[in-house]
Design a protein around this ligand. Sequence first.
Ligand code: SF4
Length: 375
Amino acid sequence: MSGIYIHIPYCRQACHYCNFHFSTSIKNKGTLVSSLIKELELRHQELPKSTLDSIYLGGGTPSLLTRKELTSIITKIDKSWQIDTSTEITLEANPEDITKDSLEAWHTAGVNRLSIGIQSFHEADLKYMNRAHNAEQSHQALKLIKESQIKAVTADLMFGLIDSTMEAWEMNLDTILSYDLDHLSIYNLTVEEQTVFANWKLKNKLQEPTTELQYKQYKLADQKLHSAGYDHYEISNYAKPGRQAIHNTNYWNRKSYLGVGPSAHSYVNGVRSWNIANNAAYIKQMEEGNYSPSSETISEADHYNELIMLGLRTKKGIRKSDLSQLSSNLQLHFEQAVEPKLKENIIKSTEEYFQLDPNHWYVSDNISSELFFVK
Ligand code: SF4
């Protein structure tokens, strides 16, 4: 079983923290959608023709697609592979695009899960991040979604925002919890290269919150969401029982997926490949039928490092049967590296998994790097 990711590289405006690939000019959107269809055609043999676990329309802003564009993409996937009622079809949507009509159109096209970029309910935060929506639009969107036929919904919130306080963060958490969604993603704002925030930081114009405040906000989210019945199943993700995202879980379990569209990454049979991150050049490649991604075969050491990094971010942990397939050299390296962590009860060994103690999830990247194999 496998999945397909479709990258829609357009946004209304550039959020100050975002370094994804997108353009704010949508004049070629129709042509780009035709190119996505072409890429699906060119690559239909890369994944077995069977029922898909998940289709994920991300970006960028997939909620900018017209009804016709969205339907053409999903219909094409259905013809080349197979979609059934068990296939999770997620659309990332921004609050300003959510109306009764758009929800109805997405549902008719086959979308059965929405991922909403709320980020904050405070106007000052939204302006500072240069989001295209305001808090009232988020409330309207969430109310409309609750009345719609799309029942699986996740929302993104960000903590560690500039000038944020514990009170402001608690209000954001209480507000999102009042909508009783089945899934939430809670991210720490990070300053990525080539963003407006990175530029401000370079000029000493960015006031970042203290690490202590970020950690306290992370812990408050953990407490509140746990009390509200959410399972913390990955460092940034919380789900009501049985409502984990299939798309994300497959990614952490390193299942095959095809990434379609400019800048999209794929992972098929141990080979990672990625498309050109330029809309015009991508369209040209597809028009010429000249699909030429960059690619790399994952070395065994990289494979091991990914198993560690992804496993320690999840509640389930690192699967022992995955480790047992590695060369004896890497298995020995892991045994030696994990020993002190087991003694300190930072990592626990169960019958099937090595699991990071949840109190250390916040620093899972540091712990992973101590277990990495570096040549
Ligand atoms: S965060 Fe989302 S909406 Fe904002 S610029 Fe990035 S992709 Fe676009």
